[in-house]
Each structure stands twice: as structure tokens, then as C-alpha cells.
Design a protein around this ligand. Sequence first.
Ligand code: ATP
Length: 265
Amino acid sequence: MSEAFLELERVNVWRGDEAQVAALSEVTMTLRTGESVAVLGPNGSGKSTLLKLLTGALRPEVRDASSCRLFGEEHWSIDDLRHRIGVVMPEEVARFDPLEEAFDVVLSAFRGAYGRTRDMRFSKKERVAASRAVDRMGITSLISREYGALSSGERRRFLIARALAHDPEVLVLDEPSTALDFAAATELSMTLRELIGSGHTLVLVTHDPGEIPPEIGRVVMLRNGSVLADGSPRRLLRSERLSELYGLPLKARWSRGWCEVRARE
Ligand SMILES: Nc1ncnc2c1ncn2[C@@H]1O[C@H](COP(=O)(O)OP(=O)(O)OP(=O)(O)O)[C@@H](O)[C@H]1O
């Protein structure tokens, strides 16, 4: 059986400083390499919190009968995780200096930095790996451009290339189509399908069932910090279940492997 990269057993995560919020409550799930997963849920349901657990940015509440393992370990180093998990979070888009050369954005992955600082030196091996990731994303012709001069879709591709630079075992994408127009979102979706097709394990976080590509074989539905359902898209992405998830009457229709959802009239 393939390796479990996330094993949660009755996990709670609290967020906030003074007034603490239970962002995840009693969550149990196992995610394995080789199986791409969509994490689906409305705003505030705990999707980003789950990703932050997965990338080691947040820790769960410590208590008996609860455990959180990443790649089989209860104790992990962020550095190790950075090599094994590539992440693209929506807030990252604006973190880079617009004057930065686009290729440097990708290279900065090797130092865990947001952009290149003048004293950073990169080995030939790192440069080759970054070039390969850029090539994979079809943006080689743009590498000398300023990051700030790229379109939103192009920037997103550079960030995915940055996440792929380490050749990670798992690629985590949090709402990757945010702020993309229809054409850019469609292109991105094709890229995600290719990545899964070429053997990458994707964890795709979205609030939109219509964004889940047919290649994704598992959906985890989160609501109010708990797992509402976990199973195949065909079984879960149905009118009744989606209406329950979002708290309003919805109608789901399947077409060529995609689920289209609209409000029930
Ligand atoms: N820094 C924080 N301080 C306090 N509460 C927080 C913080 N971040 C998230 N929360 C709360 O934790 C819960 C889960 O938030 P989370 O961001 O994981 O949800 P989400 O499903 O990713 O939402 P969205 O789709 O809006 O991004 C929410 O109730 C949210 O208000």
C-alpha cells in the first residue's frame, strides 16, 4: 500500500489568540500518496486549517486519544516537509516583489524564501530542477520577465512551478483558481489534470465542486471544522449531500466526469 502522508486521529485545532475558535474538531482521516483528493467545503469550514496542519504550519491540540502524523512521523522538521510537500496558498501570490525576475521566484523555493535576495547562490542542480518545473508548466518563455508584469494566470503557474521545483511527493493547492478568468482557470484545470496523469499526488482545496477534475478519485467534505463525508466524487457530489454541505437547496448534474452545481429553483 502507498505511504500515508497525513494521518489524523480525532484531531482538534484551535485558532486565534484570545477568543479561540475550534477550526477543526475530532477530525480523523488518512491521505496517501498516489491518491489525489479534493477537500471541499464552504467558507470557514476548516479547509485552510487542514492544509496548515499538513504543511506543519499549525499544530493540533495535544491530548490523549488524538494523534497527527506526517509521513508516518509524529515529530517532523519543517525543512524535511518542504522537500516532500509543494504548496501553493492564495496569500503567496502577493508575497513576491513585483520587480523580481520570474525565474528567481521559482528558485527561491530552494531556500524556503519568498523571492531571491542578493546573496543567494544556487547550484547547477537547483537551476536544472527549477528549469524542469518551469518547463513542466509551459512558462519557459516567460522566465526573464518581471513577476509583477505577468498576468494572474501566469503568476499562478510560476507559483506551481515553484512548488514543483523540489519534485515533491505531494502537491497541495489551496483555491488555485481564485482571481483567474475563465480562460486562465480552464488552462489551470488542464494543467492539474496533466499533473495527476503524470503521477503527481494532488490535494486540491476548493469551495467549488465544479472545479474538481475527473481524475480526482476522492472528496473530503468539511463543514464547521468536521468531516461531513469522505468518499468518491460520484457518491458524494450529489444534490442532497451538496445542499447539506452548503446549507441551501442545490442541484447537481454530472457531465463527462465533471459535476455542475446550481441553485435549485
Ligand atoms: N487566525 C485565526 N484566528 C482566529 N480564527 C481563525 C483564524 N484563522 C481561521 N480561523 C477560524 O477557523 C475556522 C476555519 O477557518 P479556515 O480558514 O480553515 O476555513 P476555510 O474553510 O479555509 O475558509 P475559506 O474558504 O473562507 O478560506 C473559521 O471559523 C475561521 O474563522
